[in-house]
Ligand binder design. Structure first.
Ligand SMILES: NC(=O)c1ccc[n+]([C@@H]2O[C@H](COP(=O)([O-])OP(=O)(O)OC[C@H]3O[C@@H](n4cnc5c(N)ncnc54)[C@H](OP(=O)(O)O)[C@@H]3O)[C@@H](O)[C@H]2O)c1
Length: 314
């Protein structure tokens, strides 16, 4: 099969690999589209170095193919698989979706939303799932601030918070203002012009690495700050110490400070399927790249040029 092949951190080439074989609890997928997110860049480069000790491979990547978000068609089922059959259209996550075929555990798959393309479905799992898990507890009437609202997680954060009935303010740079407005944000703050003001019941922080003290000042007395991530935190830990600090501080303050570690599970993807089919969440696909240009797709996300999501189409 054709695939983007990654033998060591920092480089990959378009080449050939054997089609993988599904083990117990897994299916072989004919990949139609693969989503790209900042995680794809981290696992391609092995940076920050923290990812190497988190189980993705110390000296080199464990998976010879990059990409986790996937949408495709079940080709073959492994031993013990129930609930999925050849021909089923699915989406979710796997190891190595930048390829014509990939093996995925059924515990990380759900039926593809019927009303969207494979490209749109592949743009949902990690970013949408992270936003969904970060917004747990949001209720109608809550005021929600999404920092990094024009990016992958943030663009779902805006839509899911609106679907939950919140009043949503999105923070982004100038080129993403129109997108964030189109996603349904009640207010949009262009942080290159002015920083956000006001107080919020929940802040979903997906970009910028603002100081905790600065962001906490924008919370209501019992407000919640969910730290998703940011890209300006250094090559060793990637700024993870900020999340760690928030977890410790959480023990002593009235605010709830959540260092989010999202999980990839079929029940989360099933919730997203329902939201997408109800028209409450629309995958904001900015650009599609062919598989042979997979590295350009990752670079497009890394360089922050993408508005919403980028996908690789096989
Ligand atoms: N904790 C978890 O489980 C989890 C899961 C998924 C992702 N992540 C991490 O979360 C972060 C966001 O992921 P993503 O996929 O959404 O990345 P992304 O698509 O690159 O989005 C991040 C957004 O933040 C914006 N941004 C940068 N500086 C900003 C600032 N000062 N103020 C406001 N916005 C700013 C960026 O563009 P503009 O500057 O042009 O607005 C970009 O749109 C990444 O670091 C990723 O690794 C964590």
């Amino acid at each position: 099969m054709k695939a983007l092949v990654q033998r060591r951190y920092g480089s990959a080439v378009f080449g050939d690999l054997d089609v993988p074989v599904p083990g117990p609890g897994e299916v072989l997928l004919e990949v139609r589209s693969a989503g790209v997110d900042m995680g794809t860049w981290h696992l391609l480069t092995g940076r920050p170095y923290l990812v190497r000790v988190l189980g993705f491979g110390f000296r080199g990547p464990k998976s010879p193919v990059p990409g986790r978000d996937v949408a495709g068609v079940v080709k073959e089922t492994g031993p013990g698989v129930t609930g999925f059959s050849p021909g089923d259209e699915v989406f979710g996550t796997c190891e190595g979706s930048f390829a014509e075929y990939a093996v995925a555990p059924v515990s990380r798959l759900a039926r593809k939303p019927a009303n969207v393309s494979f490209a749109e479905a592949a743009a949902v799992p990690i970013s949408g799932g992270t936003a969904l898990q970060g917004l747990r507890g949001v209720r109608a009437g809550h005021r929600v601030l999404v920092i990094g609202a024009g990016g992958g997680v943030g663009s779902y954060g805006v839509q899911i918070a609106k679907a939950l009935g919140a009043h949503v303010t999105g923070v982004c740079s100038t080129s993403k203002v129109e997108l964030v407005r189109s996603l349904g944000a009640d207010e949009v703050v262009d942080y290159t012009v002015a920083d956000f003001t006001g107080t919020y019941d929940l802040i979903l922080d997906c970009g910028g690495n603002r100081k905790l003290s600065r962001t906490r000042r924008a919370l209501t007395e019992r407000g919640t700050l969910v730290l998703v991530g940011a890209e300006n935190g250094g090559s060793l830990t990637g700024g993870f110490e900020r999340a760690l600090g928030a977890g410790l501080l959480n023990l002593f303050v009235k605010h709830t400070l959540v260092p989010l570690m999202s999980t990839e599970r079929s029940d989360v993807f099933e919730e997203l399927r329902v939201l997408v089919e109800a028209g409450k969440v629309k995958p904001p696909v900015d650009r599609e790249f062919p598989l042979s240009e997979g590295l350009d797709a990752i670079d497009h996300v890394y360089s922050r040029r993408s508005r919403g999501k980028v996908v690789v189409t096989i």
